[in-house]
Ligand binder design. Structure first.
Ligand SMILES: [Mg+2]
Length: 354
């Protein structure tokens, strides 16, 4: 694939608000085979005074840039990766009630009809599956440490190295769990966390199989320090584990070099796109852990890392969506675009159900 050049922008100045339509608004920004080209600034923006609007210039709306993104995608094999919490579902106080809407489910189902689609979440794989309830998507739980993927012949030596860690076959899919050996320690930590945080009102421990979430969204502000201290002091006895932070959540994770970015690469490999220059991964996520996947797309040299955020934040994403409702709109448009695109239809003819 040749190097693509950014389109020049000769567009009419307009207010920089959340663009809802794709024509002539927002900057375009896409990744080519070698470079991620940032969008040229929009000419004479009427209002770029708010920090969010300034941030949008660097991370333009994926809705506003949709047509341009799809021009880049034409003839390529789009593979869709989606985070769950805060992307497909709203962030809620009770993590057990982070349900996705029927509309969102229908949109994901529609997208998965046309593109290989995987949900990569920090939750346990079973939990995400329970929320999503779709049979035509791949699921990767525990930040990608628990993947059910299609069985493929091994191609790269990297893949073989990881598969040697743990592999289990079920039907035609392969269960890939690189952190399997940590399971006994995880169970120990889980029990201790439940015991030690039981008296902190509002603290909620979630068993995500290969990682553990300590939710503190409902913990009183004055109790947070005690909670954090308890978690940290417990982990001192487990040097093979470390703590990461997310949205009102502390996460205990085994210290292995595996994250959502590795999961994205692994899934692309197993789908047969490992070294393909024709694949265009598209990842939508809202949290810090999604940055690893954004980085993975950047290092591949092509694809669209899209962050979901209502506030400006430091990110490796090229594009943005404001909230799950914009994710819904984007997914619907993606499916509709594919439906109307005879060129890409033939591209997918060798992908079985896709
Ligand atoms: Mg999330």
């Amino acid at each position: 694939m040749g190097l693509q050049k950014p389109h020049s922008h000769k567009q009419k100045a307009q207010p920089i608000t959340r663009p809802k339509n794709d024509e002539n608004n927002g900057g375009d920004c896409f990744i080519t085979s070698n470079l991620l080209i940032n969008p040229p600034s929009i000419i004479t923006p009427v209002s770029s005074d708010s920090p969010y609007n300034s941030w949008l210039l660097e991370h333009p709306s994926a809705l506003g840039s949709f047509d341009r993104m799809m021009k880049v995608a034409r003839g390529k094999r789009i593979v869709v990766f989606l985070d769950y919490d805060g992307t497909l579902s709203p962030i809620v106080d009770d993590p057990d009630r982070a349900f996705m809407s029927d509309e969102m489910r229908a949109a994901v189902r529609e997208v998965a009809k046309y593109f290989p689609t995987a949900i990569i979440s920090g939750r346990s794989r079973d939990k995400v599956k329970e929320f999503v309830q779709l049979s035509n998507v791949y699921y990767a739980g525990s930040h990608g440490m628990d993947i059910m993927a299609p069985a493929r012949p091994l191609k790269s030596s990297g893949e073989a190295k990881h598969l040697a860690i743990s592999i289990d076959k079920k039907d035609n899919d392969v269960l890939f769990q690189p952190a399997q050996k940590f399971m006994p320690a995880i169970q120990e930590i889980l029990a201790l966390l439940e015991e030690k945080t039981g008296n902190i009102q509002g603290a909620k421990i979630e068993d995500n199989r290969f990682c553990i979430s300590v939710h503190y969204r409902r913990v009183r502000e004055e109790d947070y320090g005690i909670l954090e201290e308890k978690v940290k002091s417990l982990l001192q006895n487990y040097p093979d584990f470390h703590l990461t932070t997310g949205k009102k959540v502390l996460e205990v994770r085994p210290s292995i070099e595996w994250n959502k970015g590795h999961a994205l690469d692994y899934l692309l490999d197993t789908l047969g796109f490992g070294n393909s220059s024709e694949v265009l991964p598209l990842y939508i996520g809202d949290d810090r852990t999604d940055e690893d996947a954004f980085k993975a797309i950047r290092s591949r040299g092509q694809g669209f890392p899209i962050i979901v955020s209502t506030i400006p934040k430091e990110t490796k994403a090229s594009h943005s969506l404001h909230d799950p409702s914009e994710v819904l709109t984007f997914l619907l448009r993606l499916a509709r675009w594919r439906k109307g695109s005879s060129t890409s239809r033939s591209t997918f003819s060798n992908l079985g159900s896709w």
